[in-house]
Write a protein that binds this ligand. Structure first.
Ligand code: CU1
Ligand code: CU1
Length: 275
């Protein structure tokens, strides 16, 4: 029974176990295969070509499946671990316990964005950046330093109120819930958080920063809430759409997973609260 909790509610022991499981996947090489997969999709997902992980209706089911696989890899190391989620509408500053030395560590130094404390700092020696966007092999962050703020609860609520899942042209120009949550349109929820964290999170190799998983767990939770709130709003498009993953199409890189398979997450995990 996997229950995903708010990161702010984790005990010291739960934080320690989560961090240790991340370090174990890093050292056995599995972690970096997730980074490579994600980066490959970011590079190939385009507005007018074949798109699966981003800029398209399957953004939500694709990341739901990606997180399940990652969570199962963590659980192979430590069965007690579940992915925590980061409610960035509530924990909105670099002073949050999320960024403390006993959890994800803090922001990067001014000079080069290098994270210098916690388990993922370069000096720890256990978090080399191998899937790189440039020559630098250390984790980088610039929390909040590009200006701008994290999305507010009111902005989230306005997006959760949208009753249509997605709409033509099924890309970053679409109206509807998916694109407003992904962030290409409107208040910008998901994309804005990547930019606020900065450093690797603002690149295709974003899973190099462990906060990627906590961010996407919250995005996934918002999708789950939206599904509860709009039970008569189906995943769209349903069939016959060029370049995007319809309801019953298989979703790369998997050969046995469709968006329809991902609509109910409760066999795999639940969230600690529905709200
Ligand atoms: Cu992504
Ligand atoms: Cu993302």
């Amino acid at each position: 029974m996997t229950i995903r909790k708010n990161q702010a509610q984790l005990t010291a022991d739960e934080k320690r176990r989560f961090v240790n499981a991340l370090l174990a996947l890093k050292s056995n090489g599995q972690y970096d295969t997730f980074v490579t997969t994600h980066n490959g999709f970011i590079m190939s997902d385009t507005d007018h070509g074949d798109r699966v992980g981003h800029r398209s209706p399957s953004f939500l089911p694709w990341h739901r499946r990606f997180l399940i696989e990652f969570e199962q890899a963590l659980q192979a190391v430590d069965p007690s671990v579940a992915l925590p989620y980061w409610d960035w509408t509530a924990d909105r500053t670099a002073a949050s316990s999320l960024w403390a030395v006993d959890f994800l560590g803090g922001t990067g130094r001014d000079r080069d964005g290098r994270v210098t404390d916690g388990a993922f700092a370069a000096a720890s020696g256990s978090w080399p950046i191998n899937v790189r966007v440039d020559g630098r092999n250390y984790l980088r962050r610039t929390l909040g330093s590009r200006g701008g703020s994290l999305p507010s609860r009111a902005e989230v609520d306005a997006v959760l109120a949208m009753s249509t899942y997605d709409a033509p042209p099924w890309n970053s120009a679409s109206d509807g819930f998916r694109n407003h949550l992904e962030g290409w349109r409107g208040a910008n929820l998901h994309n804005r958080v990547h930019v606020w964290v900065g450093g690797h999170m603002a690149t295709g190799a974003s899973p190099n920063d462990p906060v990627f998983w906590l961010h996407h767990a919250f995005v996934d939770k918002l999708w789950s809430q939206w599904q509860q709130r709009h039970p008569d709003s189906p995943y769209l498009p349903q069939a016959g759409t060029r370049n995007v993953v319809d309801l019953h199409d298989t979703m790369r890189p998997w050969n046995d997973v469709t968006p329809a398979d991902m609509l109910d997450h409760t066999p795999d995990y639940t969230y600690d609260t529905a709200a």
